[in-house]
Ligand binder design. Structure first.
Ligand code: 5GP
Length: 202
């Protein structure tokens, strides 16, 4: 009961999702990040097994074909996938798990885990999002423009999510995410109500 909470966080690139999730992980020690596989090359400072598992496109395609991913998606020419085995390891330890994935990935997670909380992180304004994308200094102009165009399309998916957070303060956004996780785990689902009542009846 109340174990294994699943938090799925999606946002347009540049919304500060990675920073907020990083903060959340320091606030909640019983929460683990699901580390994805990607065919993207590591950015400066990114480490194998910490930010991603970096694999070749061939290896990624093989993994996808052999059903090793719960879901996978292509984003700006690179592939990203969530490993079934890695999620099971986390849930088997009785920990909660947070996913940093694309919007399409979030919908797929809902199919697999109907109790997952889907959270959409929004930038304070689109102007601020562009400023953050440029300040990162990790992408080419072509990639920045691609991500901006994609962001404008992505924000229209908001209505399919359970919660939203406007990210104008990293600590506050992390606190809100943690509160969402706690509350969502305590929702009453019809198929669990009897089991909960039995447990407290002794
Ligand atoms: P980035 O290249 O900035 O690290 O990530 C690009 C996008 O891929 C982000 O929106 C990130 O959330 C998403 N992403 C990372 N891992 C996964 C994954 O396993 N599945 C899906 N669907 N998206 C992912």
């Amino acid at each position: 009961m109340n174990g294994g909470g699943i938090l799925v966080v999606s946002a347009p690139s540049g919304s500060g999702k990675g920073t907020v999730i990083g903060k959340l992980l320091t606030v909640n020690p019983r929460l683990s990040l699901s580390i994805s596989y990607t065919s993207r090359r590591p950015r400066q400072g990114e480490r194998e097994g910490v930010h991603y598992y970096f694999v070749s496109r061939e290896r990624f395609d093989d993994m996808a074909k052999s059903g090793e991913f719960v879901e996978w998606d292509e984003y700006q020419g690179d592939c990203y996938g969530t490993s079934k085995a890695k999620i099971n390891e986390i849930l088997a330890r009785g920990e909660d798990v947070v996913f940093d994935i694309t919007i399409k990935g979030a919908y797929a997670m809902r199919e697999h885990f109907p109790r997952a909380a889907l959270v959409f992180l929004l930038p304070p304004t689109m102007e601020e999002l562009e400023r953050r994308l440029r300040n990162r200094g990790t992408e080419t102009e072509e990639k920045i423009l691609g991500r901006l165009k994609e962001a404008k399309r992505e924000i229209n998916s908001l209505e399919r999510f359970d919660y939203y957070i406007v990210n104008d303060d990293v600590s506050l956004s992390a606190e809100k995410l943690n509160a969402i996780l706690t509350a969502h785990k305590s929702r009453v689902c019809a198929d669990e109500a009897q089991a909960i009542l039995k447990l407290i009846a002794g």
